[in-house]
Design a binder for this molecule. Structure first.
Ligand SMILES: Nc1ncnc2c1ncn2[C@@H]1O[C@H](COP(=O)(O)OP(=O)(O)OP(=O)(O)O)[C@@H](O)[C@H]1O
Ligand SMILES: O=C(O)C1=C[C@@H](O)[C@@H](O)[C@H](O)C1
Ligand SMILES: [Mg+2]
Length: 172
């Protein structure tokens, strides 16, 4: 089986749901954010501080290009991975792409307990999430084979819906 690739904004649950989905499908799980941190030997806030967002995006491009070429992965991507056209092309070619759709209200709630997201270290993280969503939602939709609503649904329920929707897809 080619890869199953999860896209969506911060707090959509890509990392959480990706891990559960990989177990169900008996595939390996990879998280592009974690992969970037391991290869750099530093966490994401450090990379943003030292190399700027552009430095992070270049590392992200390299990791997405490499992991999309592999087989048998569930791949959770970073929230901004869809911004570059070359990433969108690599993801689309790399397998089935699932957009985990989440309202900005849920994103705010789900990201409020952790400080590992440099783009949200601002006076008004809610406005940042709103602006990013306006810009990126069309890009998530462009690259997606399947769109799944995650609001008011626990991760296990989201996983079950992904499994059903993957089965129903015709080959492309
Ligand atoms: N369907 C859900 N319902 C309730 N809480 C959820 C759901 N999915 C994820 N969460 C919680 O939301 C938080 C963020 O989830 P997660 O880190 O998986 O998001 P992400 O999409 O990987 O974000 P990022 O793009 O920043 O890596 C976690 O605390 C997780 O437990
Ligand atoms: O939405 C984004 O641009 C980001 C999301 C995270 O997954 C990380 O990739 C990083 O914090 C940037
Ligand atoms: Mg994540």
């Amino acid at each position: 089986m080619r890869n199953v690739i999860l896209v969506g904004p911060m707090g959509a649950g890509k990392s959480t749901i990706g891990r559960l989905l990989a177990k169900e499908l008996r595939l390996s799980f990879k998280d592009s954010d974690k992969e970037i941190e391991q290869r750099t030997g530093a966490d994401i806030p450090w990379i943003f501080d030292v190399e700027g967002e552009q430095g992070f995006r270049e590392r992200e491009r390299a990791v997405i290009a490499e992991l999309s070429m592999q087989d048998g992965l569930v791949l959770a991507t970073g929230g901004g991975a869809v911004m570059r056209p070359e990433n969108r092309q690599a993801l689309h070619a790399g397998g089935r792409v699932v957009y985990l759709h989440t309202s900005v209200e849920q994103q705010i709630d789900r990201t409020s307990r952790d400080r590992n997201r440099p783009l949200l270290r601002t006076a008004n993280p809610s406005q940042v999430l709103r602006d990013l969503m306006a810009m990126r939602d069309p890009l998530y939709r462009e690259v997606a084979d399947i769109i799944i609503e995650t609001d008011e649904r626990p991760p296990r329920m989201v996983v079950q819906e992904i499994l059903l929707r993957l089965e129903a897809l015709s080959p492309r």
